[in-house]
Ligand binder design. Structure first.
Ligand code: C5P
Length: 233
């Protein structure tokens, strides 16, 4: 069973604990982002790991190659399952990030490493004017996806709507991790281009990241089971 990755977008460990208590005994796949990591520190990862959940540490590193490599050596020691960087940091930065994880993981298994192509909050118009890029948003995403693969990473974070093109270009095994997922009954909130878990599967996501549809639901377990069902039909 391929589990949806639940975005734990909370500030405090108490909120995380209350939320995870709904799923006691079940092993989940969760995403720890900047908000939670910066307000609690690495201990948050340890606490969640103790409950047997798989962790995607979503810190989106982007700095000079050496700095990212050193950061990744430290982060690998936390024993998370997946981490990410910004592809905009360049091929060398991504290679160094991967090497850092290899060093940090030692004889253990290197965590998966993926790259953010263009943020889903970036519009084509903003990309073209602010980054003075002449390409279309899709061309830019596909270019970054290629660069990510060349750097030896495992995949990208992208919109589900780009997943199929990336699969065709970079292969079945190259991860397409997609946020922007909503159940039919939900509001889209600030996500502009949203798809259901079922549609994400059909159009080529390999992993979905689901936040508010589950964390803010009246009945999070029911919402999770609905996502799980649609995602694994
Ligand atoms: O609540 P929602 O399902 O919109 O949460 C989506 C999660 O995915 C959030 O944690 C958000 O930061 C993250 N994310 C995103 N778009 C990206 C990368 C990450 O929405 N391109």
């Amino acid at each position: 069973m391929n589990k949806p990755i639940i975005a734990l977008d909370f500030q405090t460990y108490e909120e995380v604990e209350t939320f995870l208590a709904n799923f006691s005994g079940e092993s989940l796949s969760v995403k720890v982002g900047m908000e939670l990591f910066y307000s609690n520190g690495p201990i948050i990862v340890e606490k969640i790991k103790q409950q047997n959940h798989a962790i995607f540490l979503d810190l989106k590193l982007h700095d000079i190659p050496n700095t990212v490599k050193s950061a990744m050596i430290s982060l690998a020691k936390l024993g998370v399952d997946m981490l990410n960087v910004h592809a905009a940091g360049g091929e060398k930065m991504m290679e160094f990030a991967r090497e850092g994880l290899e060093i940090g993981a030692g004889s253990g298994k290197r965590p998966k490493l993926i790259a953010v192509t263009q943020l889903t909050s970036t519009s084509e118009a903003a990309m073209q004017t602010e980054q003075i890029v002449k390409a279309s948003l899709l061309e830019s995403v596909l270019h970054y996806s290629d660069l990510t693969k060349q750097a030896g990473l495992d995949g990208v974070v992208c919109s589900a709507l780009e997943a199929e093109e990336i699969r065709l270009q970079n292969g079945e095994d190259f991860l397409r991790v997609t946020p922007g997922i909503r159940l039919l009954s939900d509001a889209a909130n600030d996500q502009i281009r949203v798809v259901t878990p079922e549609k994400a599967r059909v159009i080529g996501s390999t992993n979905i990241v689901v936040g508010r549809s589950i964390t803010q639901a009246n009945d999070p377990v029911k919402a999770y089971n609905q996502v799980l069902k649609e995602w694994n039909v």
